[in-house]
Write a protein that binds this ligand. Structure first.
Ligand SMILES: *Cc1c(COP(=O)(O)O)cnc(C)c1O
Length: 382
């Protein structure tokens, strides 16, 4: 869902892409993005294109032919990153772990010591295909010890869980607008450390993509130059500014707490229905709740009934998880108590109708109790 203020912003009259009023708006977006990525990086922009454009830009600019990069592969997006490294002429040293799990720090450490020198370590913070939450806070120091750049995909995580670019030593981080930032798809927030910028400046060969060449795009976003590269998607940038204002009016900490609470409530309900989380405890994303299906449940039938009768869309499994899991998004504006209650109630009705559930009502009860407990403990600490 997108907030009405964002929809309104998308409909405002257009400005030229070099109009001083528009340039001021770009500055405001950069400041809001820095606060969201928790970074002081000067190079912090909104790239034209969806999250995959951010992914492609980071890889195409930081990986040169002949470079080697360690890529964590535990789902769809890790394997897309490895493909992009190879298309950029690099070698992807894949660390493959079962879908649903995360890359252990020791495995990364071992691979780095054995494979050094490598140009970069690439990890997906929130693997949307499995619901796995990759710990990152100790990886940056490890990369620095081996003179490798640290690249992070934060498409699904930004605005839903902490993303601390400076504190975690991340050199390149990109996101997308349509996940937890609750804006229509079309832009990729992107930030580069001075080490990453330096590495781009030192390239032996020009970036093979002209459109995504970050050294050219930087000249449009930098206050000093403002050189035309390609026409900025004006209305999308209006929308993003408003979406980011909403993020910071709520406050990052409050927004993150809201995602966690609604996810806890949802998972309490789902587990009562025998729908068990795929990722291990401590590695479960709050905005992408991935649960495994017991054999008796008909995957396609339930998802069709949810959509047709209750107007609720949940995701099915991808790749090896096809037919075996559901992926339930609680992102940004859509992450609401009412949605959690509606979904769990709908699942109880559908399960009971098909004879898969003997005691309907218990799952909704578990959801309600989670909210009541959290209110009680908030009152106690106040
Ligand atoms: C959605 C997503 C992407 C790709 O973003 P698009 O906007 O679909 O191009 C990349 N990485 C992750 C982890 C995602 O969830």
């Amino acid at each position: 869902m997108v907030h009405p203020r964002v929809l309104h912003a998308l409909s405002l009259p257009l400005l030229g892409h070099l109009d001083p009023v528009f340039l001021a708006l770009m500055n405001e977006i950069q400041a809001l993005l820095r606060a969201t990525f928790q970074t002081h990086n000067e190079f912090t922009i909104a790239l034209s294109g969806t999250g995959s454009a951010g992914m492609e830009a980071v890889i195409a600019n930081l990986i040169e032919p002949g470079d080697r990069a360690i890529v964590g592969v535990n789902g769809v997006f890790g394997s897309r990153l490895a493909t992009m490294v190879e298309r950029a002429g690099g070698t992807a040293l894949r660390i493959e772990v079962p879908w649903g799990t995360t890359i252990p720090l020791e495995v990364l450490q071992d691979r780095l010591s054995r494979s050094a020198p490598v140009k970069a370590v690439v990890l997906v913070h929130a693997e949307t295909s499995t619901g796995a939450w990759q710990p990152l806070h100790e990886v940056g120091a490890l990369c620095r010890n081996h003179a490798a750049l640290f690249i992070v995909d934060a498409v699904t995580s930004l605005g839903g869980v902490p993303v601390e670019v400076d504190a975690w030593g991340i050199d390149a981080c990109y996101s997308g607008t349509q996940k937890c930032l609750s804006c229509p798809p079309g832009l990729a927030p992107l930030t580069l450390s001075s080490r990453a910028v330096h590495s781009i400046q030192q390239r032996q060969t020009p970036c093979h993509s002209w459109y995504l060449d970050l050294s050219l795009i930087a000249e449009y976003w930098a206050d000093r130059t403002r050189a035309y590269h390609h026409t900025a998607p004006i209305s999308m940038l209006y929308g993003l500014r408003e979406a980011l204002r909403l993020v910071h009016e709520e406050g990052l900490a409050a927004r993150i707490a809201r995602h966690q609470l609604n996810s806890d409530a949802l998972m309490a309900g789902l587990q009562t229905l025998d729908l068990m989380p795929l990722p291990p405890a401590g590695h479960r994303l709050p905005m992408l709740n991935c649960v495994t299906l017991p054999d008796r449940i008909d995957d396609a039938m339930v998802r069709t009934e949810l959509l047709n009768e209750y107007d609720i869309e949940i995701g099915g499994g991808l790749g090896p998880l096809r037919g075996r899991v559901w992926r339930i998004g609680l992102m940004g504006e859509s992450c609401q108590q009412a949605h959690v209650l509606t979904l769990v109630n709908a699942l109880e009705e559908i399960f009971a109708r098909h004879g898969w559930l003997r005691h309907p009502g218990r799952a909704v009860q578990a959801v309600v109790e989670t909210y009541t407990d959290s209110q009680r403990s908030a009152r106690r600490s106040a």
